[in-house]
Each structure stands twice: as structure tokens, then as C-alpha cells.
Design a protein around this ligand. Structure first.
Ligand code: PLP
Length: 395
């Protein structure tokens, strides 16, 4: 549900059914209701060049294909490719599309590993990343005044939850002849549909909400264009980035309840957000689902909800934040988000430690910032846990 009470027109109504049925039918050979785990390295060939579509599990595997079909259906794309991690998907995207000398325009706030990949690895191979505030159309237009091959947007951005207007940036990218990739990890297709706004590629760390159970590391790319899908598949095979059958199978099971879970995450996050908003010990709250959120109008237009993530600071800055993180009992201090269990994180020292301090400061990833991924527990229990931890800090 959107903050206005009705789902935006871009929300796909059949997601609950697609999440359960797309991509996997009962096994024709045995009747097994669940897609089997094809845990095999290779596939027997009937003769040289004669096979049933699968040759080697680094190239493709039936269990992985089932997950890919489900993800393509959920995201409203035509083709999906599953990778060993979200970062493997980003690597696969970059190495398939970029060459030495290519410029990439990225959101100034992205997951720390994404920033590190572009700034500290790909730059060594001649790719030129430029981090800009993609929430500012003038900054994007200025960055695209010079040729760029790719625009890479994360919205909401992890961990400051700043939004980028996708329709606007898609238009600028198209005019500049650049492809637009959108990291949709934080909202999933249940709450945001980047293809509807003009994205060319949608990226996921399936480690997060799509698996949803803290059980796997995985990633995916979804596209609509067949030639682009083929190019990505060729590179995934060449680079060895595919997901394992077992992880694909677990992710396939997790994805079944994605629409249900996202609604419940949404409900919990809004209740915990309302508690934090009203607490005098909290000095700054970022809740994209709250009417006070600075980009609330964009959130209403572009998203079907604020999502499960909140970020906040408490009185006393960094040292107080560390005490909150040490005092919570139900909220678990860990790196990850989007799982059934509520996870609490200190981005500056954990997920975004690889981002240079200067850029962290410029973009609001302060030492006092706490990121909360609201899980599926009873929100009243989460509020009680946070309330107690905040009281502890005051002692
Ligand atoms: N994209 C976002 C928004 C993330 O938060 C993460 C990880 O935290 C990634 C990509 C990378 O995914 P993975 O950890 O599965 O490699």
C-alpha cells in the first residue's frame, strides 16, 4: 500500500500468484511438486553437439533456470540471470557492458561493495566511474554532458535511503545514449518496478528480500532485450559467475512468499518508524514511508510503499549509536538486510567501511547513523527492544 492508501498504478496485481508459480511446474518425470535441485556439474550428451539444452552447470542449470524465470516474471522483464552474489551480478553487468575508457555515472550513495567495485577495481582496468547525486537532475544532466556508457542508480540508496526519480533519469540516460541499470534490492518488484520507469537492466542482491531468510548469497540481473540477455549470459559463463543450484533452489522457495513478506515488512517498518519519530532521544530519522520524508511525493509516485529500511541517529552521535547497537537484544547486529529477522547495522564501520571517509561525510553516512532492516517480528516487540536500548544509552 502506498502512503496515500492506494497502490500506485505501476504495481503488478498478479505478483502473489507469479511468486508461487512462475518458472517452475511440477516435475514431469516424478510428479515432485517442488522443482528438484539439479545438483550436477554436467549433463550427458546423446552425441557430439546433441543435448537437451544443458551442457555444464557453469553455463546453465535447470534449477537456476527456474529461479531466473520466476525473477523475470516478478520484475516484469523478459530474461533473468542468476549470479553467485549481488556483487557478482554487478561484476557481470560491468564486464559485459564496459570497456577501458568508458564512463559510468553512479549514484553517490550506493552499497559500499558496489562503490568499491567501481572505484577500486574497475578503475584499474580503465573504466571511469563518476559518483553524482542522482537525486539532483541537474547533476545527472551535467555528468551526462560528456559521453557515458552506463548510468547505475540505487534507489532507495543504501543506507541513507535517498530516492532517485527513475523516469527523469531514464529520460536523461536515453538522450545521452547510455543504458540505465537500477539496483532494486531495497524495494523488490513488489514495491518498485524500474522497467515501468524506463530502466534497461534491473539488479538484485537476492541475498536480501528475495531469499528473505538469511540463508543464501545471490544476485540477479533482469532485462527485456534478448540481445542484452545473450551478452550477459556469454559473459557470465566466461567469467564463472553463475549461482549454485542449491542456492537457486533455496531462493526459489524464499521468493514464494515475497509479496506477503513485503507487506508485513512494510507494516512493521511504519510502526517502528512512528515510534522512532516520536522519541526525543532520536535526533534524525529517515523513513521513506513517513509523510515527513523529504522526498515523500516521489516515494508516493514511484513506490508502492516506503520499504523495510529505516535509518536514524541518536543523541550523543557515534558513541551513543555504538551503545544502542551493543544494547539491543531482539534486533540482531549483523551485515545484511531484507531478512525475516530484524537486523541492525552500523554502516560507517560495516557495510560502507570501504567508502572513503570524505564521501561518507558528504553523503550523510555519519558515524552516528544506524540502519535498521525491520523484519517480521511483532512490531511491538521490536519497539520494546529499541526503547530499552535507547534507555540504556541514557544511563
Ligand atoms: N546492492 C545492494 C543495495 C546491497 O545492499 C548489497 C549488499 O548489501 C549488494 C547490492 C551486494 O549484494 P551481495 O552482498 O549479495 O553481493
Amino acid at each position: 500500500m502506498s502512503a496515500t492508501g492506494s497502490p500506485p498504478s505501476n504495481l503488478c496485481p498478479e505478483l502473489a500468484t507469479l511468486a508461487l508459480h512462475a518458472g517452475a511446474a511440477p516435475d514431469a518425470a516424478t510428479g515432485s511438486l517442488l522443482m528438484p535441485i539439479y545438483q550436477t556439474a554436467t549433463f550427458v550428451q546423446q552425441g557430439v553437439g546433441l543435448h537437451r539444452g544443458y551442457t555444464y552447470s557453469r553455463t546453465a542449470n535447470p534449477t537456476v533456470t527456474a529461479l531466473e524465470r520466476r525473477l523475470a516474471a516478478l520484475e516484469g522483464g523478459e530474461h533473468a540471470l542468476a549470479y553467485a552474489s549481488g556483487l557478482a551480478a554487478t561484476t557481470g553487468l560491468a564486464l559485459a557492458l564496459l570497456a577501458a575508457g568508458d564512463r559510468v555515472v553512479l549514484s553517490d550513495v550506493v552499497y559500499g561493495g558496489t562503490a568499491r567495485l567501481f572505484a577500486d577495481v574497475l578503475e584499474r582496468f580503465g573504466v571511469a566511474p563518476e559518483f553524482v547525486d542522482t537525486a539532483d537532475p541537474d547533476a545527472v544532466a551535467a555528468a551526462l554532458a560528456r559521453p557515458a556508457r552506463l548510468v547505475f542508480v540505487e534507489t532507495p540508496a543504501n543506507p541513507t535511503l535517498k530516492l532517485t526519480d527513475l523516469a527523469l533519469v531514464a529520460g536523461l540516460a536515453r538522450d545521452a545514449g547510455a543504458l540505465l541499470a537500477v539496483d532494486n534490492t531495497l524495494l523488490t518488484p513488489v514495491l518498485q518496478r524500474p522497467f515501468a520507469w524506463g530502466a534497461d537492466l534491473v539488479l538484485h542482491s537476492t541475498t536480501k528480500f528475495i531469499d528473505g531468510h538469511n540463508a543464501t548469497i545471490g544476485g540477479a540481473l533482469v532485462v527485456r532485450d534478448a540481445a542484452l540477455a545473450e551478452r550477459l549470459a556469454w559473459h557470465r559463463n566466461a567469467l564463472g559467475l553463475i549461482q549454485s543450484p542449491f542456492d537457486a533452489w533455496l531462493t526459489l522457495q524464499g521468493a514464494k512468499t515475497l509479496p506477503l513478506r513485503m507487506r508485513r515488512h512494510e507494516e512493521g517498518a511504519r510502526r517502528v518508524g512512528a515510534f522512532l519519530a516520536g522519541d526525543r532521544r532520536v535526533t534524525r530519522l529517515i523513513d521513506p514511508g513517513a509523510p515527513e520524508f523529504p522526498q515523500a511525493e516521489l516515494a508516493r509516485r514511484q513506490q508502492a510503499g516506503g520499504g523495510a529500511l529505516l535509518a536514524f541517529e541518536v543523541r550523543g552521535g557515534g558513541p551513543a549509536a555504538r551503545r544502542v547497537l551493543a544494547s539491543v537484544r531482539l534486533c540482531t547486529l549483523a551485515e545484511n538486510l531484507g531478512a525475516a529477522e530484524t537486523l541492525i547495522t552500523h554502516p560507517a564501520s560495516m557495510t560502507h567501511a570501504a567508502v572513503p571517509e570524505e564521501r561518507r561525510r558528504q553523503t550523510g553516512i555519519t558515524d552516528g547513523l544506524i540502519r535498521l532492516s525491520v523484519g517480521l517480528e511483532d512490531p511491538a516487540d521490536l519497539i520494546a527492544d529499541l526503547d530499552r536500548a535507547l534507555t540504556e544509552v541514557e544511563r
